[in-house]
Ligand binder design. Structure first.
Ligand code: EPU
Length: 344
């Protein structure tokens, strides 16, 4: 095990913002994960688990403990559609491989940056699919004891962008591998209107065609990592779509004069696009506060436009957005990315 000191973390994140890790270790195996966790325990250091860095805001002060970078590799697939992937595998490479093998269930999650290990943590979702629908189990280590456990999907507490790993048991585990149960020869999911529209009048698109369509839609919103797209230096959606009671949703039309978009959640509750609320609160796409700002393609992504942007500048903009949406609509926007080193 190789422990490094004062390692810059910004290059390990898609936002490219933030300070250093006091200690930093890379784990290529479960043994290395355990060794690193026990090393941190012996020094009473907090541990932060770093995966793909795509949903992460690191504070300018960095992290005072051990940053454990999970880089375990390996994918095993069985005949019946079960796929076991190590946490450090690139998520989109896995999706691409499964689509090519005719395995349905994650094709709409194409183009999402990050690693396999992050997918159960925030229950990644897009275009009508949530990864929890295909996760069979998650193998994870308890950081305090170094012991590994296989958690069945039912034990993971999945809901919208939520699992036990980022809520009730936040900080307790490191995911080492995930078992997905996919559908060999299954049809792609075409629920999301924007996606469905692209196949208007064309029956039964293939998994590969749906993957391509998702990649195109995402690229159009700068939600695809691309070195030549400055808007993509972001953490994806910066806020969750709030789930509100029907009367609060209905009140939005009174305030704005137009009906707000909605997705049904359960009787009496609807999800409202945070991007729409931010727009209607008066923020413009492409609006900047110094080197940080709002993506010119989507109001839900906050972007580091370069020039030594700081986490403080980014968080200030996030708080400004929250405050204005609260003042105008009485709705609280919850930040979506994991925040590290902000004294939590
Ligand atoms: N909209 C605006 N202004 C904008 C962009 C969108 O008003 O600048 C409104 C439009 O009414 C649009 C609606 O917001 O119809 C929804 O926009 P979009 O389809 O882009 O989806 P989203 O709700 O903003 C969510 C996820 C994304 C996921 C997409 C597609 C969350 C927080 N975000 O975004 O996930 O890719 O749906 O399914 O749930 C992420 O989590 O990082 C992420 C990118």
């Amino acid at each position: 095990m190789n422990i490094q000191e004062n390692v810059p973390l910004a290059p390990h994140t898609t936002l490219r913002i933030g300070g250093p890790a006091r200690y930093y270790a890379t784990a290529l195996s479960e043994e290395e994960l355990r060794d690193a966790a026990l090393w941190a325990r012996s020094r009473s250091l907090p541990v932060f688990v770093l995966g793909g860095g795509s949903n992460l805001v690191i504070s300018d002060d960095g992290f005072p403990g051990l940053v454990l970078h999970v880089r375990l590799r390996g994918i095993e697939a069985t005949q019946d559609g079960r796929v076991v992937a190590a946490a450090g595998e690139d998520w989109d490479a896995l999706v691409s491989r499964c689509v090519a093998a005719g395995l349905a269930g994650i094709e709409c999650l194409s183009g999402i940056p990050g690693s396999v290990g992050g997918t159960p943590v925030q229950n990644v979702g897009a275009y009508g699919q949530e990864v929890s629908a295909t996760i069979r189990s998650v193998r994870a280590m308890d950081i305090a004891t170094g012991e590994f456990r296989n958690l069945a999907a039912s034990e993971c507490g999945f809901s919208y962008r939520t699992s036990i790993f980022n809520s009730s048991e936040r900080g307790r585990h490191v995911v080492s591998s995930v078992t997905y149960e996919l559908d060999p020869g299954g049809a792609p999911r075409l629920d999301y209107k924007e996606l469905k529209d692209r196949f208007e009048g064309r029956p039964a698109p293939s998994l590969a065609e749906v993957r391509e369509a998702v990649l195109t839609v995402r690229a159009g919103k700068s939600m695809l990592l691309a070195s030549d797209d400055p808007n993509s230096r972001s953490a994806g959606s910066f806020f969750k779509n709030p789930i509100v009671r029907e009367p609060l949703w209905a009140a939005l039309e009174k305030t704005t004069g137009v009906p707000a978009p909605r997705y049904a959640v359960s009787p009496g509750l609807v999800k409202v696009p945070a991007a729409w609320l931010i727009d209607r609160a008066g923020f413009q796409r492409g609006e900047r506060r110094g080197p940080v700002g709002i993506s010119s393609r989507h109001t839900l992504a906050l972007v580091n436009f370069g020039g030594n942007a700081t986490a403080a500048q980014l968080m200030k903009l996030a708080v400004e957005i929250q405050a204005r949406v609260m003042k105008r609509f009485g709705i609280e926007l919850e930040m979506e990315p994991v925040r590290v080193g902000f004294g939590e």
